[in-house]
Design a protein around this ligand. Sequence first.
Ligand code: PRX
Length: 630
Amino acid sequence: MNIRIPSFEAYKSDYQKSIDNPEAFWSNIAESFEWKKPWATTLDWNFNDPDVKWFDGGTLNITENMLDRHLEERGDQIAFYWEPNEPGDANKSLTYKELYHEVCKLSNGLKSLGIEKGDRVCIYMPMTLEGVISVIACARIGAVHSIVFAGFSSNALADRINDAKAKLVITSDGLNRGTKHLDLKSMVDEALKQCDTVEHVLVHKHTHNDAPVVEGRDVDYQSLVDKMDDTCPATEMKSEDLLFILYTSGSTGKPKGVVHTCGGYMVYAAYSFQNVFQYEQGDVFWCTADIGWITGHSYIVYGPLLSGAKSVVFEGIPTYPDCGRFWAVCDKYKVNQFYTAPTAIRSLMGAGIEFVTPYKLDSLKVIGSVGEPINEEAWQWYHREIGKENCPVVDTWWQTETGGIMISGLGSHSPMNPTHAGYPLPGIQPVLLDQEGNEITENEVEGYLCVKHPWPSILRTTYGDHERCKNVYFSHYEGYYFTGDGAKRDKNGMYRIIGRVDDVINVSGHRFGTAEIEDAINTNDSVVESAVVGYPHDIKGQGIYAFVVVDAKNNRDAIEQSVSDSVADGIGRIAKPDKIQLVSGLPKTRSGKIMRRILRKIAEGERSNFGDTSTLLDPSIVESIIEKAK
Ligand code: PRX
């Protein structure tokens, strides 16, 4: 299946076609896939409900497109190389045929545990091949997977299990991340004290740490799959049947379950993968994300396998055993396309060039960035030191909700402009809106980034709460999907993403709602109230600054630690505030609303010039916060 655009000229012509007649355009692409039944209607949509249906009437199973269809041509080709956390440990690999059989065995295993089409399965796994196999095994039998990043706390895991009403959890005994070893299974045991929908926990032994077994509930992964047949029919799914739920943070409330469906997601994951990375058969692709994030879903699991690609799955972290690990792995597997996050680039850049020079990096053809704006210095370093000025940098803008890359260069075809994601992929119609919601049509402008026409992998709903989906994404500006980002369009029409315009903080490419962090802080008995804002951070992009009002004044260090622990318990260590300032009160308007604008400025280092403060109830609070600002 080759759906690759061969040149920038072809891109321009395809883009035009995709705008003139989106249905003809996508129907043509969708025909490159295997469907069990052809679709009757290519697209049915309105953004007001919202209601979007792609390829309605069609049936398929995405895993047949990822596995079965490749068996004849490339059954013995590598699908995945697995690189362990410890460089000295044995690496592993799976061919397409081996992967197919492993998936089928687990699919049969899931069925034997009573999992049926439509059931939700929560996957809480380290970066192992069994993690990837678990995802595909769910899709094969039509179970809806909800992967929870194995850095979230047991409380966060419990929330997600409960929201999805998951029937099964697949986990491992433990995980290795650099020098850290986490007892994952005990996190699950802890979470399940708060959950009553889970019937079984399937435990893959990875670290062999003798995790306790709950009789009757826990099932050993290996013993289960060893008993199973190695073929399993793929369940026929409607194009709009659920493929997965992935929880992500918004500006209010608890994380929401973004829902993606089978047909449209399949088409767009493969199309965007092949085009952005200009993947050619035989290339080795490496996306360093975790399968717990959308980047891992679309560009470790689905996009590459749908395209018959060879890719690397990496268990470790960029700085272990030293800051040359990424480059060592690139050389080891002769990686052709490398895809990582600005936060990693910045921290490796900071570590020093001596960690790069021992490596050749001469197999690289395309290097990518994702998750947050990449600053000019990091872009230049990446281009010069890693890409050796030979590789295009694809700065890929997209979101959990978009399912696939929306704005980005296409390999070396597109013009590059550092810090600019660039042009939209075919089928993507971004617009910039002003405050009033009018489209700004000229260039060299800034506005709210929205999309005005559906693309195949747009989110369909937020699980169990369609109204929320409507309110968050489709109500701000009627008739548009609102991204929550602000963007600029330069004189050539290239987009540069500025960042979130809502109360979402992007820390190392991971999204957290300020409200979500405040909720976690407020669970602490000593806390009266809190306000959390983001501030620029050299490595993480944004850091988390928490202003906290506590009722006990003694032992401030202990309180700060306990506030930090509350966040680690409520969400996970990844969301721990970088700065905690204990304050006597928060700046509020007379109507009681926290003036976050002022707190944001203080966090950014501003000590005066707060704009209009006439509505402040008590200006002296601002003075006292500034005095002790960190
Ligand atoms: O603010 C944008 C930022 O990450 C947000 C989406 O986060 P998430 O759903 O977790 O997905 C991250 C991986 C796709 C966006 O709203 N973002 C993502 N990519 C970029 C970016 N900001 C600037 N440039 C990017 N390339």
